[in-house]
Design a binder for this molecule. Structure first.
Ligand code: 6PG
Length: 217
């Protein structure tokens, strides 16, 4: 079973969350959060070294983990420097070991981004991985951008108590409006994030919210 009292959080990658990470690592938020209880995972990772500018772990380390002095014992990164299948298998095992088995995977929070094509983490439209149920993590060879990746699968994401989408910029207005209105569809993988008992929140800035009609009004 998961170590008692721990708060496992899956961080988002991409560019959007960096501003949020820097905000959380500074006052007043820095001292309002019990960082010692949080264990850091990732929704996905590009298969590059931590020093590579595309590394999601590298970005979070610079913006959040190092400024907060988070020890390695609280960091469960995807080792993007390994061959993708090896990194995915290692991450899958680390998750299962942390939670005490695949059926116990249960992130407290999963922070997710949204690609203009509707992908989230590294779950891309039409990917066979959208049907994956046996693993928590899998390799994506390659993503549409040509980069090999490792991603959480939907069952792992949907195990969360709370999912937060963070979407900014007018370039995301069209996909944000589709996501908010969408029925679950493989065309928009982010629309497949549905929690059994938890809550999905979508945070949009003005630009990204430009085309969203009143939801649930
Ligand atoms: C990744 C991310 C991915 C990201 C979206 C949005 O590794 O690429 O996890 O899912 O969240 O592509 O990316 P931006 O925030 O850069 O727009």
């Amino acid at each position: 079973m998961m170590p008692p009292g721990r708060i496992p959080v899956a961080l988002a990658g991409g560019a959007t969350p960096e501003g949020l990470y820097r905000l959380l690592a500074a006052e007043p938020w820095r001292s309002r959060i019990d960082w010692e209880r949080i264990d850091f995972f990732w929704g996905d990772e590009r298969c590059v070294s931590p020093e590579h500018p595309a590394s999601n772990y590298g970005m979070a380390r610079r913006a959040l983990l190092d400024p907060l002095g988070i020890p390695a014992s609280q960091v469960f990164r995807i080792r993007g420097e390994l061959p993708p299948d090896v990194a995915a298998s290692e991450y899958d095992s680390a998750i299962e070991s942390y939670f005490g088995g695949g059926n116990n995977v249960h992130f407290a929070i999963a922070l997710l981004g949204l690609g203009a094509d509707g992908h989230t983490a590294s779950l891309f439209p039409g990917s066979p991985l959208l049907l994956e149920t046996g693993r928590c993590a899998a390799a994506v060879l390659p993503g549409p951008d040509g980069m090999n990746r490792v991603t959480l699968t939907l069952p792992a994401i949907n195990s969360s108590d709370h999912v937060i989408f963070l979407v900014t910029g007018s370039g995301k207005a069209e996909i944000a409006a589709r996501l908010v209105a969408a029925k679950p569809s493989a065309d928009i993988p982010a629309s497949l994030v549905r929690l059994a008992g938890g809550e999905v929140e979508v945070f949009l800035d003005e630009g990204a919210a430009r085309l969203v009609r009143d939801v649930g009004a």
